[in-house]
Design a protein around this ligand. Structure first.
Ligand code: PEP
Length: 253
């Protein structure tokens, strides 16, 4: 674990207005303890990013975006580039979340392009991979993960790998209240590290942060984070509630 950072990242999805973002920050601050070992990130809707970078600065929470476009500028109405995010002080960007794959035609091909765009802009991509319930039941989870990870990393040079974060998010566990067992989460996160080792060698692989995501909450966080290859969490629902988010951060320390 000393080779890599533990990262607890909240993913707010399409939740919280500006005033709700302010209220969350006010509630969260007194609950947060002293600076801890793990890095804490909040991925918020685009429009709340400028306020969030100010609101969470003094509690050392880094701000992330939930998506970006793969081009740096151009005729892409309604889209936001990684460069635009970087200039606002954004540090992380979620790439390939299953909701984007499901509702917005995100594919392994666009995920790869976005990973490159994020890295070029100086952002740290949090690359989401994970299987559906059908795929798990068919027994193809590890093959699928292998494919998703290889696609995401195609063309990414070894020296950029220290900026890449992975999140293993079984689709059947996202927002469902169903969590993967610690063993299931640990097995897939270990597989992701093995794939990276085969691509880039042991030194790169042991430095990559690999999170678990899918109904992580204060009750199950400790056991999941105790797995040797689970280096943090990507947290949806529980990151909307300051007390729950802080409990998960504390479980990581
Ligand atoms: C997510 O959106 O990445 C997620 C894991 O959501 P939840 O924690 O609500 O399952």
């Amino acid at each position: 674990r000393r080779y890599r950072k533990t990262i607890i990242a909240g993913n707010w999805k399409m939740n919280k207005t500006l005033s709700e973002t302010r209220a969350f920050a006010e509630e969260l601050k007194p609950l947060l303890g002293r600076p801890k070992w793990c890095e804490v990130v909040l991925c918020v809707p685009y429009v709340n990013i400028p306020a969030a970078t100010r609101l969470f600065k003094d509690c050392r929470i880094a701000i992330g975006a939930e998506n970006c476009h793969y081009e740096s500028s151009g005729a892409y109405t309604g889209e936001v580039s990684a460069e635009m995010l970087k200039e606002l002080g954004v540090k992380y960007v979620v790439i390939g979340h299953s909701e984007r794959r499901q509702y917005y035609n995100e594919t392994d091909f666009t995920v790869n392009k976005k990973v490159h765009a994020a890295l070029e802009a100086g952002l740290r991509p949090i690359v989401c991979v994970g299987e559906s319930l059908e795929q798990r039941e068919l027994g193809v989870t590890l093959e699928l993960i292998n494919y998703q990870v290889k696609c995401a990393l195609a063309g990414v040079p070894a020296e950029k790998m220290r900026h890449v974060v992975f999140a293993y998010e079984p689709i059947w566990a996202i927002g469902t209240g169903k969590t993967a067992t610690a063993q299931e989460a640990g097995e897939v996160c270990e597989t992701i590290r093995t794939i990276i080792r085969k691509l880039y060698g042991a030194r790169v692989a042991r430095a990559v942060t690999i999170q678990y995501g899918g109904s992580m909450n204060p009750k199950n966080a400790f056991e999941l984070l105790a797995q040797p290859d689970v280096d943090g969490g990507l947290i949806g629902g529980a990151a909307l509630k300051p007390d729950q988010f802080v409990e998960i951060i504390n479980a990581a320390n």
